[in-house]
Ligand binder design. Structure first.
Ligand code: ATP
Ligand code: MG
Length: 317
């Protein structure tokens, strides 16, 4: 079995279907353009973005039904290594609909099929059967009905085996991961961090304080708060730095967060420090918004933006 240094875990994978209608209006039949399918789900996209950046990762996820088979085929066609664990429920489909009259996108996110207790245990066993990765990335939403404490069990198991855990999720999943503690990195956006602490975050000082508190409590080694067009704030015990996002033509923000996480992982796995990794991450996040639809960051755009960021001092907001 090939040992992968980075394993991504996606508990709620999706088969994304993109289509368009000439004009979105109720009641009439809406004749859609030919569907374009793409793999979806946080960890899966992190693995895809890593591949686009010249790295590689193993994507671990539950898979069911013919939608699941289609998902695996698409990933294999992109050259992404997969560990797909069969489950009974069909892999969900999510629909991205473009109203061609005004270019607006409508994103329909369907719930994932619940995983039975035996399937949850099977996923944990699949993770434990892999050679120990240096990094385990848990990204994306969770399907409904996951056993309380399941995420903590996964994280503890990975940590006990010596993996560093990175979590990009929201709501109760982020809470549970932080309660577990000892994470390497979390990557919330501002909204996700505010929901975590239960109050709005006003200004850069309060933002840094919230991140510091998480570090001081031993919840994680580093926090990278992504700030959309404002870039990101990196907070570690030794660094508090805002990395600005270069101004670029904005085509689609889909996949920005996943591209950011992938780029950071690529650098961290290569031995870079947090600052270098965060800059490369912001470059990849911004590169992702330059491309249409659900396409993730391109390597050449990422390198160019990274060069720009390295030549430019980053002032605090
Ligand atoms: N309008 C923008 N202009 C430039 N860069 C952007 C823009 N929006 C996002 N980015 C880049 O993408 C990164 C991640 O974006 P964002 O903070 O929106 O993540 P997110 O909310 O996790 O996104 P996702 O919806 O993909 O989960 C930012 O740190 C930034 O580098
Ligand atoms: Mg995100």
């Amino acid at each position: 079995m090939i040992a992968h240094r980075i394993v991504t875990l996606t508990l709620n994978p999706a088969l994304d279907l993109a289509t368009g209608v000439p004009r979105l209006c109720p009641n009439d039949k809406l004749r859609c353009s030919a569907p374009v399918y793409a793999p979806g789900g946080g960890g899966i996209n992190v693995a895809r973005a890593l591949r686009r950046l010249g790295g590689e990762a193993l994507a671990l996820f539950p898979v069911g039904g013919s939608t699941g088979e289609h998902l695996v085929e698409l990933l294999e066609a992109e050259g992404v290594a997969c560990e797909a664990v069969p489950v009974a429920g069909w892999t969900r489909e999510c629909i991205n609909l473009t109203n061609q009259a005004d270019g607006q996108q409508y994103r329909f996110v369907l719930p994932g099929s619940p995983l039975s207790d035996a399937e949850q245990t099977g996923l944990l066993a699949a993770l434990e059967a892999l050679p120990v990765p240096e990094f385990l990335v848990i990204s994306g939403s969770l399907p409904e009905g996951l056993a309380a404490g399941f995420l903590a069990r996964l994280l503890r198991s990975a940590q006990q085996r010596g993996s560093r855990c990175v979590v990009d999720s929201s709501g109760s999943a982020l809470r549970e991961a932080l309660d577990c503690g000892g994470l390497a990195l979390i990557k919330p956006n501002l909204e996700e961090l505010a929901a975590l602490v239960g109050h709005p975050i006003a200004g850069p000082e309060q933002l840094a304080r919230v991140a510091w508190d998480l570090l001081a409590e031993g919840r994680c080694e580093a926090v990278l708060v992504s700030l959309g067009p404002q870039g990101a704030l990196l907070v570690t015990p030794h660094v508090c730095e805002r990395i600005p996002a270069p101004t670029v033509p904005r085509r689609s923000t889909v996949g920005a967060g996943d591209s950011l996480v992938a780029a950071m992982l690529l650098k961290l796995a290569a031995g870079a420090d947090w600052r270098e990794a965060a800059r490369y991450g912001v470059a990849a996040g911004t590169a992702a918004i330059m491309v249409e639809g659900s396409e993730l960051c391109r390597r050449e755009d990422t390198e160019r933006l990274y060069g720009w960021l390295n030549g430019t001092p980053a002032p605090l907001p």
